[in-house]
Design a protein around this ligand. Structure first.
Ligand code: SAH
Ligand code: SF4
Ligand code: F3S
Length: 440
């Protein structure tokens, strides 16, 4: 029996899909990248922006012919749109036989077996659990060299624009022992880099479902794992970033000098309406403290333009912070209405043209900064963890792709296979979103 998994959205979805694939493989199902050959297809969806429902509908629509030819074929829809639309998918598509949210994910492999045994059944797994649903422990024999480990589920922050607290439920921290076991197993099986994942990792352990471990304590313990070379985490909320965690950037050797710290906007007025609970000054203070703790630290961020009521003055505050901090990179988005959020109900929406124009200005500024930062690296020597062999090959050498300590993508040529290795590299060129290097 063959299956395919299609994944949209954030790294948490990627991690969820990876688990799902391993768990299904353990039960004897075969993963295929050719959807045409699949007996069932699972979609792991994202609803953070725009009209993702439409995209998911058209994705599911692609399989109608296949189902007409083979009535036992079915589709399962999970992730944030799965949670949001739920059984609505059953009404629209006769061949959607499973809908699930992230809290229901751990049951999916069992339920797939049930669906295969009962061809007329449809199953929805949409209830939120009041604990972190531990999943079957399945690990690949050989782990990827860089892996994600989930440390929590959900979010309690309810930023005015954001749908995540509705689609992923309340924050539920995973027990420290479970996180450590997973990290250790992955390192034993060859992982060299771990990224701890959560919507707001800085408040790890502090919800009523957690075991009380602080995020700093968790970092300390993961950092001790023998054989681990690099440790990262994402996403951090500035309001919960503690001094203790900041200090760890200067203390833990394996903690990489890069932090993704979403700013969203630079205007205090808008930050307040968004409910972000920090000011521009507090954000800049954090950046300064982080630089004191680890002078070579680099930053990336998330930005939103055109939040309801955002004026040109407000927008300029965002540009100002970009210039002060000099992020290596920024993921910038036009504000988009999400159902059920506070911002959706606000009246003073910013016109599309204004949002578009601000986005272009912001991205132009950021590109300049990124180029400046990347050019500073040219000529330097650094260590790159090789993750993959590039899709595009050519010439006499092999082409590889990896990341440096600062999470920058580096493309490298080498005459021998250097996959999974930490190699010393000299940076020779700065491209728009990546660097080029040569092995020393
Ligand atoms: N938990 C993380 C990220 C969640 S979603 C955090 O708090 O930082 C990732 C990013 O999508 C957010 O940082 C934000 O910049 C963007 N985003 C979320 N909702 C959005 C919306 N309604 N419109 C535009 N961008 C949005
Ligand atoms: Fe969304 Fe805010 Fe939670 Fe991030 S912290 S997931 S932006 S509600
Ligand atoms: Fe998208 Fe859900 Fe992640 S909305 S960004 S898949 S938390």
């Amino acid at each position: 029996m063959k299956f395919s998994v299609i994944t949209f959205g954030c790294q948490m979805n990627v991690a969820d899909s990876n688990w799902l694939i391993l768990s299904l493989q353990k039960r004897g199902f075969t993963l295929t990248l050719k959807e045409k050959e699949a007996d069932f297809v699972l979609l792991n969806t994202c609803s953070v922006r725009e009209k993702p429902e439409q995209k998911v509908y058209s994705e599911i629509g692609r399989f109608r012919k296949k189902w007409e030819q083979n009535p036992s074929f079915f589709v399962g829809v999970g992730g944030c749109v799965g949670q949001q639309i739920g059984e609505g998918f059953f009404e629209r598509f006769p061949y959607v036989r499973l809908v699930f949210g992230t809290d229901g994910l751990y049951l999916v492999p069992d339920k797939i077996e049930e669906l295969l045994n009962f061809p007329h059944k449809r199953i929805s797994l949409l209830s939120f659990e009041d604990f972190y649903p531990e999943r079957e422990k399945v690990f690949p024999e050989k782990a990827d060299v860089s892996v994600f480990v989930n440390i929590m589920q959900g979010c309690d922050n309810f930023c005015a624009y954001c749908i995540v607290p509705f689609t992923r439920g309340r924050q539920k921290s995973r027990f420290k022992a479970e996180v450590l076991t997973e990290c250790k197993t992955l390192v034993e099986r060859g992982a060299k880099e771990i990224t701890l994942l959560g919507q707001n990792v800085n408040s790890y352990g502090q919800d009523k479902y957690g075991d009380g471990t602080s995020f700093a304590q968790l970092l300390r313990e993961v950092a001790l794992i023998h054989g681990l070379k690099r440790l990262r985490f994402t996403t951090s909320h500035p309001k919960d970033l503690s001094l203790e965690v900041i200090r760890l950037f200067g203390e833990l050797e394996v903690l990489c000098p890069h932090l993704h710290l979403p700013l969203q906007v630079g205007s205090d007025r808008i930050l307040k309406i968004m409910g972000r609970k920090y000011t521009k000054k507090r954000y800049l203070d954090l950046i300064e403290k982080l630089r004191l703790a680890r002078p070579d630290i680099s930053f990336t961020t998330d930005l939103i333009v055109g939040f309801p009521g955002e004026t040109e003055e407000d927008f300029k505050q965002t540009l100002e912070v970009l210039q002060i901090v000099e992020f290596e990179n920024a993921y910038s988005f036009k504000y988009s209405d999400r159902p059920g959020t506070r911002a959706e109900k606000m009246e003073n929406k910013v016109p599309e043209e204004v949002k578009q124009e601000r986005l272009i200005r912001l991205q132009a500024l950021q590109e300049k900064i990124t180029q400046k930062k990347y050019k500073q690296v040219v000529g330097k020597e650094e260590e790159v963890l090789i993750e993959t062999i590039s899709k595009r090959q050519g010439g006499t050498n092999l082409h590889f792709r990896g990341r440096d300590l600062w999470n920058r993508v580096v493309n490298i040529e080498s005459s021998r296979d250097i996959r999974r290795e930490l190699v010393k590299v000299r940076i020779t060129e700065a491209k728009k979103h990546s660097l080029v290097g040569e092995v020393r």
